[in-house]
Design a protein around this ligand. Structure first.
Ligand code: HEC
Ligand code: CU
Length: 358
């Protein structure tokens, strides 16, 4: 009667141990194959801050993995021993004196507590020094970029002591490789959080309170960022890209962005501009060089130079642009741009104009 029950029990335990080890192996596999290569991954650092964060992460990962494996090993050993002892019990009584077992037990528990305290202390010191290191890039001579979070997109303003040299763009931040930039973060509605995992840690954007983040990219590349603080319906579609490029390329980009929009080059684009200026578009958007100067929505002066529209949600192609302008509420429900009905020819002309805003 008791034999089948016992073996059923240990089979269950064996299955548990096997599943735990399998999960562990799977996690290791996923980590080493997928996560270490991504353009939105803390495990693929492209700058000093992200490097420090990922070193802390790996320390925690290895220590916790070791603890996990030890616990599983002890669990397996304990199960095997219980089984042996129970078998023995049926033949002869257990002869080990209780006092000895008690003493060993106390030793093991004390050891486990001491090791746990040491591990937690190491984690405390490591995370403290990592936090400190994130401030080391602070320098008043850094390039300054102001990032304002809004439901659900990012306004990006390149600051300069000369007012005419400042300019705004949206959802795409270019930075020179090898130079530190200072990001001044603000929000005009709710709390958002700025996070480019490949370049650094998170920093909240808090209404009425400016926060600062320093970024430096050592490797050229395009890194994806994402709002990391739930901020409403379209929080998941509040992404952006950081393009780190060689200094000359960055300077050329900045020069181009400072210029006003290119004037319409043909009759179609001319008509598109008229449609834009005669529509409610001008109540929200800016196109520098035209009468449209509102700033509650992304600056469209160089819209066509950007990789994505709608805060990283859609590739910047004519098709997606057409879908967005005809009814953005279908693509990104709840976003702050109302549907604006346009005649088909007007829409096509408008798209031609928007596509010319390089
Ligand atoms: C009431 C304000 C408002 C009006 C009017 C408006 N928009 Fe927008 N528009 C927005 C907001 C806000 C966003 C950002 C939405 C988001 O990504 O969540 C946006 C985004 C866009 C984008 C994508 C920009 C990018 O870089 O992601 C385009 C293109 C655009 N609008 C074009 C237009 C055109 C063309 C019109 C007129 C037909 C128009 N908008 C009218 C508020 C407005
Ligand atoms: Cu958010």
């Amino acid at each position: 009667m008791s034999a089948p029950a016992r073996s059923g029990m240990s089979a269950h335990a064996r299955r548990l141990v096997r599943d735990a080890l399998r999960a562990c192996a799977l996690a290791c596999y996923a980590l080493t194959t997928a996560a270490c290569t991504g353009s939105q991954s803390i495990l693929n650092p492209a700058g000093p801050n992200a490097g420090n964060v990922s070193r802390l992460w790996w320390l925690m990962f290895y220590v916790c993995a070791a603890v996990f494996l030890l616990v599983i090993a002890f669990l397996a050993a304990a199960l095997a021993r219980t089984r042996r002892r129970t078998n023995k019990l049926t033949d002869a009584p257990d002869t080990e004196p209780d006092a000895g077992r008690e003493r060993r037990m106390r030793g093991v528990v004390t050891g486990a507590v001491v090791v746990t305290v040491i591990i937690l202390f190491v984690f405390l010191v490591a995370s403290f020094t990592t936090s400190r290191s994130l401030y080391a890039l602070s320098d008043p001579n850094n390039l300054r970029i102001k990032v304002n979070g809004q439901q659900w997109w990012w306004q990006v303003e390149y600051e300069n002591d000369v007012a005419s040299q400042t300019f705004k763009t949206a959802n795409e931040i270019h930075i020179p490789v090898g130079q530190t930039v200072t990001l001044r973060l603000t929000s005009s509605d709710v709390i958002h959080s700025f996070w480019v995992p490949n370049l650094g840690g998170k920093r909240d954007l808090i209404p009425g309170h400016e926060t600062t983040l320093w970024l430096k990219a050592d490797k050229a590349g395009t890194y994806r960022g994402q709002c990391a603080e739930y901020c409403g319906l379209q929080h998941a579609h509040m992404a952006f890209v950081v393009v780190a490029e060689p200094v000359e390329q960055f300077n050329a980009w900045m020069e181009a962005q400072r210029r006003p929009a290119a004037p319409p080059a043909n009759a179609e684009q001319q008509r598109g501009q008229q449609v834009f200026l005669a529509s409610p578009c001008v109540m929200c958007h800016t196109i520098r060089g035209t009468d449209a100067g509102a700033s509650v929505a992304p600056d469209l002066t160089h819209l066509a130079s950007r990789q994505t529209i709608a805060a990283g949600m859609l590739p910047n192609t004519r098709g997606h642009l057409g879908g967005w302008v005809s009814n953005s509420q279908e693509l990104k429900p709840g976003n702050r741009m109302p549907p604006i009905p346009l005649a088909p020819e007007d829409l096509q002309a408008l798209l031609s104009y928007l596509e010319s805003l390089k």
